[in-house]
Design a protein around this ligand. Structure first.
Ligand code: GLY
Ligand code: MN
Ligand code: MN
Length: 440
């Protein structure tokens, strides 16, 4: 991130802390732990990824820190960060820490203390409050520690908080609505991801394995200084019918379709994009027919992603369109109405049409409010990703349909007007895909 974006990010984090402080009120304090490093094997860790909630409120990318937010009378918000102090010995091995001074001067905290002071200082920060908001159940050891701090005897005539409340409901409601800055990061993530997918399409006739496709995606992300937002799905032929296929280790089948589901993250904001295309550059009749059904369903679903609709309308449009298409092709041999009412089409379209997208690929936010499907509002970002999956061993359909899996996935912002497709730069019409593959 360049310096001006970092400044904007940290300004946003301060506003988000103030928003959360306003929501929890003066009788409360919110305590949020950063992620810890996770062991991969023996003493080697996975690359560190900050906890999304912690990142949202701090922009601070170090493990094991603890953020404490309170609302003070007469001021908006008070933020204390417990973090690793600067340590030349540690820096020699692991790189430098931001340290306590930067926590205040750069990250805008009101106070900063070393992690070693947590057990001494947390009871003081909790003293006099009624409630503690935290992320219960995420880390049992941290929950126990927090309860221990709450149970520390209060000073004479003092009171410790006796209610522990989950902060996620409040925090995730904030995260659901993306600011202009967040949408810019998401657009960047989508742009780089679109380029990665397009590179794969342009190169596909010279590639031989799913792993080579995966490597090309990674090359594009890493060379822009970004990471994949989730493990890529690169499924050739029947592998496209395995929804969470990530082995990516089989040869490409020249006459089959390839399903690629991949996106990178920028400033921790994810892109999540899928395209399906013929390895040999030409859709067969059956491949094209199923592809067109999915594409029409996706366009119908995207058209529903606007503020006059509710969340379920997006899926309902895709489901009706896919059901109609499968019946018209004879893949489902019953009337459209019967197939819809019985849910028979779900045998081939077994997942929902999308999910919220943001700092998490499957982002936070309620899909239902007061037991009803949620109204869409400007600033929400979702994926729209219908699919049809007919495994090779499905003997209930004509042989030409077997072993074909298709998903088309775009990232869509609900706006005041028409839905905005962040991943619109990546071709998805049959002719455009074939032209891109065969231009190489
Ligand atoms: N890439 C995961 C998903 O599409 O939900
Ligand atoms: Mn996806
Ligand atoms: Mn998705």
């Amino acid at each position: 991130m360049n310096a001006s974006d970092t400044t904007r990010l940290l300004g946003e984090c301060a506003r988000r802390r103030a928003d959360l402080a306003g929501m929890i009120g003066t009788g409360s304090v919110a305590v949020l732990p950063a992620a810890s490093r996770k062991l991969r094997s023996n003493d080697v860790c996975y690359p560190f990824r900050q906890d999304s909630d912690f990142w949202y409120l701090s922009g601070f990318n170090e493990p094991d820190a603890v953020l404490v937010i309170s609302s003070e009378r007469g001021s908006d918000c008070h933020a204390t960060l417990f973090c690793a102090p600067k340590d030349p010995q540690q820096a020699r091995w692991h790189g430098d820490h931001a340290g306590l001074d930067a926590a205040c001067e750069v990250y805008g905290m009101h106070a900063a203390h070393p992690l070693s002071a947590l057990d001494d200082m947390m009871p003081q920060l909790l003293h006099g409050r009624e409630r503690v908001y935290s992320k219960l159940g995420q880390d049992a050891a941290f929950d126990q520690r927090l309860i221990g701090w709450m149970h520390t005897p209060a000073p004479a005539h003092g009171k410790m908080p006796d209610r522990l409340v989950d902060v996620r409901h409040l925090l995730h409601e904030l995260r659901l609505f993306k600011s202009r800055f967040e949408l810019e990061q998401m657009q960047r993530a989508a742009d780089i991801s679109c380029r990665a997918h397009a590179r794969v399409m342009a190169a596909i006739r010279s590639l031989h394995t799913e792993a080579q496709v995966h490597a090309l995606l990674q090359h594009e992300y890493l060379s822009h200084g970004h990471e994949a937002a989730y493990p890529a799905i690169v499924g050739s032929g029947d592998n496209a019918c395995i929804l969470h296929y990530t082995d990516n280790n089989q040869p490409l089948q020249p006459d089959a379709l390839l399903l690629v589901d991949s996106g990178c993250e920028v400033a921790a904001y994810a892109a999540d994009i899928s395209r399906t295309f013929p390895v040999n550059g030409r859709f067969s009749g059956a491949q094209r027919a199923l592809y067109e059904v999915v594409l029409q369903a996706q366009l119908a679903a995207i058209a529903q992603a606007n503020k006059s609709q509710c969340w379920d309308a997006v899926h309902d449009a895709a489901a009706a369109s896919i059901c109609a298409g499968l019946c018209a092709l004879g893949v489902i041999k019953e009337s459209e109405q019967t197939a819809m009412e019985s849910g028979r089409y779900e045998k081939y379209f077994m997942h929902k049409t999308g999910h919220w997208l943001g700092l998490d690929v499957h982002d936070v936010g309620d899909y239902r409010v007061n037991d009803e499907s949620r109204q869409l509002e400007p600033g929400m970002v979702m994926t729209v990703e219908p699919g049809i999956y007919i495994p090779a061993d499905d003997e209930s359909v004509d042989v030409r349909w077997r072993g074909i899996g298709v998903r088309i996935e775009d990232d869509v912002v609900v706006t005041r007007d028409q839905p905005r497709v962040l991943s619109a730069a990546l071709p998805k019409a049959v002719d455009d895909i074939e032209a891109l593959i065969n231009a190489g």
